[in-house]
Design a protein around this ligand. Sequence first.
Ligand code: IMP
Length: 199
Amino acid sequence: MNVVVATSNAGKIREIEEAMQGLGWTLSPLGSLPLPEETGTTYEENAALKACAAAVMLGRPALADDSGIEVEALGGEPGVYSARYGNRDSDVERNVYLLEKLRGQTNRRAKFVSVVILAYPDGHLETYRGELPGTLLEGPRGANGFGYDPLFVPDGETRTLAEMTVPEKRAVSHRGRALAALREAHRDGPPARETTPGV
Ligand code: IMP
């Protein structure tokens, strides 16, 4: 299957390429095609916006993801708005903003969420979700990764995601888990579509 990867994030493209190795897929970059704005209020909506636009315009199946971090003490904030949290411009500023919001909070529970959508040109969608639960520290640790990685220790770990190597993070991450579910579903070819009896 020839699949377009509907993202301009080089890190995500690499991660998707590695996760899909051995499936017999040919993955193509988006090229100069502009992606629609992420105007949805759920990860599913945003991932579908990107994947559907690419699938329809290029006439091939297209893969897109949307992700974020949900903080328990903040009622699930920032969620789908993680990339723009507090209108701060950089990862460091967003991390400082999050730490300020959590000052004095004893509940440091949070989870990363990733939704990966494979869209077909006829409008059919496959949706895969991966989650990574963990705890937020009171200050950053580690220099790898991006986003909220330096603040986040996954359950069962002592290191933050920013203290792990790229393959170590990929093995446990929310995106890695969503991609593993996609890969598993396609192990023997595209999964059968559900049909309504009589239709
Ligand atoms: P998007 O999926 O590219 O819209 O990214 C959403 C935002 O969520 C990113 O800009 C990060 O702030 C955050 N995020 C998503 N995945 C991760 C991750 O694996 N580590 C750290 N931050 C992440």
